[in-house]
Design a protein around this ligand. Structure first.
Ligand code: SF4
Length: 277
């Protein structure tokens, strides 16, 4: 059976890629419509687009991402370190398009973004090529409970390109089984941190979408400093859709005082396991 490592550009899943090589190393990048949220180095953006085009020449151009831009370079550097191609995939929808289509902003009650922007492109890539895979997600032993919500099924509309129209027919398939090497081998957070201390890869200070509703308001406040362009774009999206990621707006969160003893950089912690470190 084909093994697949689901990578996020964070330290934990990158540790998994180094220590538990798989047949396929896959990374789903979330795209948005703000060129200010692209990597400032055009060569980096070109490399990212080349990789996406290699996976699927029909993918739209990648101009910006709500993830930290260091995620892009971390994945490119990881590729060098493991000496192996990483398969880049993306949704055909941007974050902005998804919100317009749903007439909503994802929040803890309406958690639709992971499915459409992370799982969907990985599912289609794997299902069309391998039908059933063994998939590893970077869950450490200190977050073992996340493996409990790992789903082996995926439900998709039969006319899957018919976005925006009412879907009546859905099909559910078993497409993967999970493997949790870091939990099985008792790999905890400090071990992962120590491993990367001596390596020359700059990881994002905080993984995944910088405005993610899973993040603590303190982390979101910090991300206004670390990823100001993403947070400005996200504020604009809240205004456009007239909904918010948290129960207060990002503009309100921008005004809260920073709490310096907060443990920053925890990633998203989404239950589906695709938006993880
Ligand atoms: S990181 Fe958060 S906002 Fe981004 S796709 Fe995952 S759950 Fe959604």
């Amino acid at each position: 059976m084909i093994t697949v490592n689901s990578l996020s550009g964070g330290k934990t899943s990158s540790y998994m890629a180094v220590h538990y090589p798989a047949d396929v190393e896959i990374f789903a990048i979330v795209r948005n419509e703000s060129a200010k949220c692209g990597h400032p180095d055009k060569k980096v953006m070109q490399m990212a687009n080349d990789r996406l085009q290699k996976t699927n020449p029909d993918y739209p151009e990648f101009i910006g991402t709500p993830e930290h831009v260091d995620t892009i370079t971390a994945i490119l550097d990881l590729e060098q370190l493991i000496g192996k191609d990483i398969t880049w995939v993306t949704s055909f929808m941007t974050f902005d398009e998804l919100c317009r289509w749903k007439k909503a902003i994802p929040n803890q009650m309406k958690r639709f973004c992971t499915t459409w922007l992370k799982i969907d492109p990985i599912f289609w890539h794997c299902f069309l090529r391998y039908e059933f895979v063994k998939m590893r997600c970077g869950f450490r032993a200190d977050e073992a409970e996340r493996a409990l919500t790992f789903s082996t099924k995926y439900k998709y509309p039969i006319h899957q390109n018919n976005y925006g129209k009412r879907q009546n027919k859905w099909e559910t398939v078993e497409w993967r089984e999970g493997e949790f090497n870091l939990i099985d081998d008792l790999v905890f957070h400090p071990q992962v941190q120590r491993f990367w201390e001596s390596k020359n890869i700059t990881f994002p200070p905080d993984s995944n979408c910088q405005m993610c509703f899973w993040k603590n308001p303190q982390q979101l406040k910090q991300n206004f400093s670390d990823s100001p362009n993403v947070m400005e774009w996200a504020k604009g999206l809240e205004k456009e859709i007239m909904r918010t990621f948290k129960d207060v707006s990002l503009s309100d969160i921008e005004r809260i005082p920073i709490q310096y003893d907060f443990a920053f950089g925890g990633g998203s912690g989404c239950q589906a396991g695709f938006c993880t470190d």
